[in-house]
Design a protein around this ligand. Structure first.
Ligand code: PLP
Length: 444
């Protein structure tokens, strides 16, 4: 492990403060105090900083380091591929071996006939690609007016203009003064409304209500996360995703599943939709596809969709990133998926869900502020209330969740705060290799 002396650390802190604009971070805090930690090493569920202090990475960094840190095989896979063929483009129907192998592998994992893959460098690009593909599809089918996308409130779909426009978290939209048109937001998880209950006071805010109001001939697709992650780990009630699928079928609207967090074992199955046996028309992936070792995203479409695109258009698909199907990223993804399968990580995550829930119960019994815990596989959360018996939330200015997250960090534990209004959520999403003893350590 690398060691750093005081001068080296001081220099790194100064340079970070001077030259690095951090993503999704408080700029004021950064300019006042510099970066909070500088990490140098990772192994299993642990990260180590420049001072040699170890932290449990109970968020798998950004919900993505599914196989844990420090897997030498993944570096080896990248090195081997780069030594052979570091880069070649896939534009104009050129190809290479690792992208072909990865596509075959993904096809064996994705449900139904989601057997055709487009590659990106991350989740936002995957979602933007999905929006463009579904609109293109409808246009080619003779329905150019069918272009609105319905997302859910509290959904997170990323940070490009399209993905932010689909995102239903106000803080992200506040910053973007250039919202894309034709994105609508529905209240999340209103199963009865989606099944047709017009007496529900929320009906007009439901997906069905919006479709009926706007007219299905204007709607291209509905996008849902199987479990909402960054919005606060919100697990849909059973029957919800099935109701959305049925609704989309009824009105001739495409269903996009954003599996960027849920995919690759996070929820205890390979994909989030697998819990509810729902097969979307388009499935977006990133994060766990390489466990964060190298940037990669993918968009799965059904063979039906691809065939319709090909049938009605002999045109070039004018959509492609320089790094679509990057050879080294594909090689790392293949090795990462091999590890996930060999170590049976979805099943392990499902087993560990019980331990995480036990831990949350312990916290609820022993701390009067803790309530509303939930988990599916190894994604979980609990909430903080000033007075949980009376249902009184903390005032936003108390910054309860942020304070707890800072306190955890100072004690060597990384978790995430999700706050909005008076809601204070602490989210956890550790590497899928975490064991019972390590979960107990996180909880204690
Ligand atoms: N979709 C979901 C569900 C996500 O959680 C994220 C990122 O957290 C994204 C999309 C965006 O992915 P990326 O940050 O790789 O662009």
């Amino acid at each position: 492990m690398a060691t750093y002396n005081k001068d080296q650390i001081k220099k790194l802190l100064e340079l970070d403060k001077k030259h690095y604009l951090h993503p999704t971070s408080s700029l004021r805090q950064h300019q006042e105090s510099g970066p909070k930690r500088i990490f140098t090493d990772g192994k299993g569920i642990y990260l180590t900083d420049v001072n040699g202090v170890r932290y449990i990475d109970a968020l798998a960094s950004l919900w993505n380091v599914n196989v844990g840190h420090g897997r030498k095989e993944l570096g080896e896979a990248a090195r081997e591929q780069m030594g052979k063929l570091a880069y070649s483009s896939s534009f104009n129907n050129l190809s290479h071996e690792s992208v072909i192998q990865l596509s075959e592998k993904l096809a064996s994992l994705t449900p139904g006939d989601l057997n055709v893959f487009f590659y990106t460098s991350g989740g936002s690009e995957s979602n933007d690609t999905a929006f463009k593909l579904v609109r293109h599809y409808w246009k080619l089918k003779g329905h150019p007016e069918k272009k609105k996308i319905i997302g859910l409130e509290r959904a997170y779909h990323g940070i490009t203009i399209g993905a932010t426009s689909a995102t239903g978290i106000q803080q992200f939209q506040n910053m973007t003064t250039s919202q894309a048109p034709d994105f609508l937001h529905a209240a999340a998880h209103k199963t009865n409304c989606e099944l047709g209950d017009k007496n529900d006071p929320d009906f007009t805010r439901s997906i069905r209500g919006i479709i009926e109001n706007e007219g299905p001939e204007k709607i291209a697709a509905v996008i849902v996360e199987p479990i909402q992650g960054a919005g606060g780990v919100i697990i849909p009630p059973n029957g919800y995703l099935e109701a959305v699928r049925e609704l989309c079928d009824q009105y001739g609207i495409l269903m996009i599943a954003d599996e960027v967090i849920c995919g690759f074992g996070r929820t205890g199955k390979m994909f989030g939709v697998d819990h509810w046996n729902v097969i979307p028309d388009v499935m977006c992936m990133a994060k766990g596809i390489t466990s964060g070792y190298i940037p990669l995203g993918a968009v799965a479409i059904t063979e039906r969709l691809r065939d319709s695109l090909a049938e009605v258009s002999d045109d070039v698909l004018f959509h492609g990133f320089t790094y679509s199907g990057h050879p080294a990223a594909c090689a790392v993804a293949l090795k990462n998926i091999e590890i996930i399968e060999k170590e049976n990580l979805p099943a392990h995550a499902s087993k560990m869900e019980k331990e995480l829930k036990k831990g949350f119960e312990y916290l609820t019994e022993n701390h009067t502020l803790v309530t509303k815990s939930r988990a599916k596989g190894l994604i979980g959360a609990f909430e903080l209330f000033e007075d949980r018996e009376k249902g009184i939330p903390f005032k936003p200015e108390k910054m309860a969740a942020q304070k707890l997250v800072e306190e955890c960090l100072s004690r060597g534990l990384i978790v995430r705060a999700v706050t909005f209004g008076g809601t204070n959520i602490i989210a956890l999403s550790p590497p899928l290799i975490i064991n019972k003893e390590e979960i107990e350590k996180v909880i204690s």
